[in-house]
Design a protein around this ligand. Structure first.
Ligand SMILES: Cc1cc2nc3c(=O)[nH]c(=O)nc-3n(C[C@H](O)[C@H](O)[C@H](O)COP(=O)(O)OP(=O)(O)OC[C@H]3O[C@@H](n4cnc5c(N)ncnc54)[C@H](O)[C@@H]3O)c2cc1C
Length: 139
């Protein structure tokens, strides 16, 4: 039997459009539902997430999807959160590329979707471990 053709790159704009459609079908993000509160005349955050690495990003996105405002505060400049572009020494991730990571159960949010949108399915097949800086771009 013939192997299915590896998908050609569709571009990130097409992937974003697909993600928007998927989220819309799932009614995500939910409407904000926590009652706004003021303390000393200042609005109070529902949740503050300290650290915008993988865990903080996933937590913020997950809460936002559930209609809870959850801004991230990170001591590192934007684009340098986590170890990937700063303290990391290994050039690749340790996990195999098939582990989906912080995709929140949404296929269009996986590294593979992000990678194939730009480089196509043949490049995905040829990829061994994910380079750390590419992982940071994805995050
Ligand atoms: C080369 C390399 C390969 C790796 N491969 C894998 C792998 O394949 N799979 C895997 O699961 N893990 C891998 N790891 C481990 C990976 O680093 C962690 O899994 C991941 O970074 C944990 O995410 P995190 O959000 O918990 O923490 P981090 O990514 O470390 O993020 C924490 C964030 O919090 C911020 N922060 C900390 N304290 C404060 C504060 N007081 N105020 C404000 N901000 C603060 C930091 O600036 C940082 O941005 C690898 C690590 C390296 C270096």
């Amino acid at each position: 039997m013939n192997q299915p053709l590896a998908p050609a790159p569709q571009g990130l704009a097409a992937l974003e459009a697909r993600l928007r459609q998927d989220l819309s079908w799932l009614e995500i993000p939910a409407k904000q539902w926590v009652t706004p509160r003021l303390v000393d005349g200042q609005p109070v955050l529902d949740v503050a997430i300290i650290g915008g690495g993988m865990a903080g990003l996933a937590a913020a996105a997950s809460l936002t999807h559930q209609g809870i405002v959850a801004p991230i505060f990170d001591q590192s400049p934007e684009g340098y959160e986590g170890p990937w572009a700063t303290t990391a020494r290994m050039e690749t991730l340790r996990s195999p590329k098939q582990l989906t990571g912080p995709a929140l159960g949404l296929p269009a949010l996986t590294f593979r979707a992000w990678f194939e949108a730009q480089f196509g399915g043949e490049a995905w097949d040829a990829l061994d471990k994910i380079p750390r800086l590419q992982w940071m771009d994805y995050l």
